[in-house]
Design a binder for this molecule. Sequence first.
Ligand code: CAO
Length: 422
Amino acid sequence: MSTTREVTVPDVGDFKNIPVIEILVKPGDIVKVDDPLMTLESDKATMEVPAPFAGTVKELMVAIGAKVSEGTLIAIVEEIDEATPVVTVEKVIAEPPLLSPATSQVLSAPAPVPTPAPPPEIHLPAHASPSLRRFARELGVDIDRVIGTGPKGRIQREDVLVHVKQHMRHDTEAGGGGGLDLLPWPQIDFAKFGDVERMPLSRLRKISGPNLARNWVMIPHVTNFDEADVTDLETFRLKVNKENADAGIKVTMLAFLIKAAVSTLKAFPEFNSSLEGEELVLKRYYHMGFAADTPNGLVVPVIRDADKKGVLEIASEMAALARGARDGKLKATDMQGGCFSISSLGGIGGTGFTPIVNAPEVAILGAAKAEMKPLWNGSEFRPRLVLPLSLSWDHRVVDGAAAGRFLHHLVGLLGDFRRILL
Ligand code: CAO
């Protein structure tokens, strides 16, 4: 016997109008009691809405981004009497776990399904929500190694923290150098020394801060510096901009830098990689991130397949992404999948800086402001436009010699952009 029932948001305390950030099931999925249906995230907490009864999801009544409160109708589920005999359906395992972790965990379906032979022993993915998986990933924790203490072995946030603590203790006891063992952060009553004002961190800064701190602490950074003579490139850039003025396209130095960086990544593939355990994942695609300054903090939108795009296309895509970043309208997908990042402070000023590698990438290029300088050409000093560049890289993946060659190659391309065709 099955009955169609409504699922509403349960009591979520004082929270109201909480955005739905993840939907973990789709129509047709079979859920057990307590399987997560969707994730809600307020400024203060992330919470999952569990299935109040077992059944088949018939219809989802909200989409990602919808704001819900206690009592909001979120799904229609055809209830399955839990007493109904169930059999294992192996094919469900093949479904992508992130799309529907609930589905990948539910290896049961109601009769009548022909009973197959006893299933082979299989490795089940860890029982954890996507938000928790992301949390574990951010801490560098392999979720499959975490022991879940929640209902039915479900992994909770505390389990991940316990796992991290155990590892840090183990490393310290074993003399492995793990754990930072730092002094506590200084606690100072600043008001004792003068007037102060307290300003909450923006949501963006709350997210980017811990990411930057992790990257700074975990990646052994080294930064190389070099200078490119971009006099001819600048002449060409101004000419291109004049020609395209009517089309409203403006090419800045950054668009050329992206194109030149792609070409350099092709020549030095280890810079287009990510470190995973004892393996390097070399990417055969070229999605280029660029740091964009916004009133709320830094974001890194990504230009996909930059190797397949011309400088004009890159420039107009970059302008659209930078506008979206400033207006807070970027989608999560606009910032995903990057291989290598460029941070340009050229429009602002400065002679150089050391950018932080944007994990899991292994290198980042910084560009400061190009200035006219006297350059020696072997017989005389000539005024040339010189662009200062810095390259920060992960010393676990790259060595100084390779980084030096990378920058030298890039400088050569910027000095004579025709080389990009070679
Ligand atoms: N040298 C000299 N001038 C430069 C230059 C360089 N390296 N790069 C850009 N410029 C010039 C541009 O040509 C433009 O001049 P005109 O208006 O006279 O043509 C002016 O500076 C402004 O450029 P822009 O900043 O609008 O454009 P961009 O493509 O260089 O950069 C973007 C776009 C989104 C990257 C930039 O607006 C930005 O946000 N930069 C900050 C990035 C950042 O914060 N990095 C630090 C990260 S670590 O905290």
